[in-house]
Write a protein that binds this ligand. Sequence first.
Ligand code: FES
Length: 138
Amino acid sequence: MPFDNRIKVRANGPLLCTGDIEVFGPDGQLLEEADDVVLCRCGHSGNKPFCDGSHREAGFVHNGLPGSVTSDELETAGGPLQISVRENAMLVAKGPMSIVGADGSLAATRNKAALCRCGHSANKPFCDGSHKKVGFKG
Ligand code: FES
């Protein structure tokens, strides 16, 4: 992979984030700083924004293959990937990253991405605003 920070979309499961990862809560508080973080994208975790395995019981289904997505030109591979939780909405990831499908193919390189965590986007793993329609809480 060309960049250090990577978000791999797992089929029927979470976002596997590796690299220099920082996760912030809705109030900006640092929740996690690690080189390996697993984030819920099904909307059912009891430990949001982290995956607790509830996607299996919830029967979450998505092949983990991103649809059409544009890439950003990245000037550097270095620096942290900061992922912030938006209350009752998406995850906002900022920093150099590659987004990889469940089959291992590189879908995009980005400096910023809004990622679905309600499980209802029609453009997974990206947010399409569906959290509002479904009244997502979390
Ligand atoms: S993706 Fe695992 S609990 Fe939601």
